[in-house]
Write a protein that binds this ligand. Sequence first.
Ligand SMILES: [Zn+2]
Ligand SMILES: [Zn+2]
Length: 145
Amino acid sequence: MDIKKDQKEYLGALKSSGLKNTKHRCSLLEILFNESQPLNAEEIFFRIKEKTAEINLSTVYRNLEVLVNKGLVTKLTFPGDSKSLYEYNKMGHRHYIVCISCKKIMTIEHCPLQEYELSLEKETGFKINAHKLVMFGYCPECNKK
Ligand SMILES: [Zn+2]
Ligand SMILES: [Zn+2]
């Protein structure tokens, strides 16, 4: 993976959102950008601490909210789970399957809704620019129990 190119992408997004390029925001975006799974605020906090030390959990929450409000980061809240998860809002979005027993989350790379969006636009006259899709069920391990 080309790290410089990655950095350019999220720093560019930060710049075009009009937010100040602070050390904490950069670390947050770097972590979320390179992570394939969504993370909760505590996990993000520990990862930043491993790298740069000087940060506290409320700073992480505060900066996450700012990034969520600007659309750079997506906040995911799953029913029955008190902790919100955060992920970098890449242009191509992802969907999830959540195990309601062990809370394991699997990412679905393929989006089945693109054609449906188009026909829905025709039908309703809406210009659709986002959607969310989360599947719930039991993972193979929990299903065996
Ligand atoms: Zn499970
Ligand atoms: Zn989709």
